[in-house]
Design a binder for this molecule. Sequence first.
Ligand code: HEC
Ligand code: HEC
Ligand code: HEC
Ligand code: HEC
Length: 170
Amino acid sequence: MKRISVVIACMLFLMSNVLLAQNKYVGAAKCKMCHMGKGKQYPIWSESKHAKAFETLKGEEAKKIAKEKGIADPSTDAKCLKCHATAGAVEATLNGGIKNEEGVSCESCHGAGDKYKSPIIMRNRDEAVKNGLLVPDEKTCVKCHNSESPTFKSFDYVTFYAKIAHKNPK
Ligand code: HEC
Ligand code: HEC
Ligand code: HEC
Ligand code: HEC
C-alpha cells in the first residue's frame, strides 16, 4: 500500500509539473521580503534542516554513502541533489534563478513561485492557487521522505510537520 501511494504521489507531482510548465522557480530570497514578519516563515525555514540539505551533501557521511554507490561527488550528482536541493529537481528551462545552495526551500513544497509571488496575487488565496501555489500535505513530503533515501528510517507526518511548522499566528 505504502509503495503504491508513493508511486501515485510521484505521478501527481510529475503531472502538476507538466500543467505548471511555464511557472519558474525563483528561489527563497524572493519570498523572504514578505514572509519575515507575521508567521516568520522565512526565518523558521532558514533555521530548519531543509535549508541545510545541500550542505549535508558535502559532509563526511554523505561522501561515505556516495562512495558505496559509486558516486564521486554527492553535491554535484543528480541522484542526491534531486531530494537535497529544490534546484536539483528543476529543469534548466524552469530555473528562474534558484541555486542548489538553498537546499530544500519554499518551492519544493509550495510550487514554483514566479507567477504567484506578485503582491496582488499573493493576497488572494484563490488567485495564488490558480497561479501555481500548492497547499502542501503529507503527499508532498513523501516525494522525498521515502525508502529511496539512503538514510530513511521512517516518516510520520504529524511529528515531522511539527518540527517545520510555520503557520501564521491565529
Ligand atoms: C510581495 C509579497 C509576497 C511575496 C514576494 C511572496 N508572498 Fe506569499 N503571501 C503574501 C501575502 C500578503 C500572503 C497572504 C497571507 C499572509 O499574510 O501570510 C501570502 C500568503 C502565502 C501563502 C499562504 C497561502 C494560503 O493561504 O494557504 C503561502 C504558502 C505563500 N504565501 C508562499 C510564498 C512563497 C513560497 C513565496 C516565494 C516564491 C511567496 N509566498 C512570496 C505575500 C508575499
Ligand atoms: C524535496 C525533498 C523534500 C520534501 C518535499 C520534504 N523534505 Fe523534509 N527533508 C528532506 C531532506 C533532504 C532532509 C534532510 C536534510 C538534512 O539533514 O540535510 C529533510 C529533513 C526533514 C526533517 C528533519 C528530520 C530530522 O532528523 O530532524 C523534517 C522534520 C522534515 N524533513 C519534514 C518534512 C515535512 C513535514 C515535509 C512535507 C510537508 C517535508 N519534510 C518535505 C527533503 C524533503
Ligand atoms: C518542507 C515543505 C515546506 C517548505 C520547505 C516550506 N513550507 Fe510553507 N507550508 C508547508 C506546509 C505543510 C504548510 C501548511 C499547509 C496547511 O495545512 O495549510 C505550509 C504553510 C505555509 C504558509 C501558510 C501559513 C498559514 O497560516 O496559512 C505560508 C505563508 C508558507 N507556508 C510560506 C512558506 C515560505 C515563505 C517558505 C520558504 C521560506 C516555506 N513556506 C517553506 C510546507 C512547507
Ligand atoms: C528520495 C529522496 C532522497 C534521495 C534520492 C537522497 N536523499 Fe539523503 N535524505 C533524504 C531525506 C528525506 C533525509 C532526512 C530523513 C531521512 O534520513 O530519511 C535525508 C538525509 C540525508 C543525510 C543526513 C542523515 C542524518 O543523519 O542527518 C545524508 C548524509 C544524506 N541524506 C545523504 C544522501 C546522499 C549522499 C544521497 C545520494 C547518494 C542522498 N542522500 C539521496 C532524502 C533523499
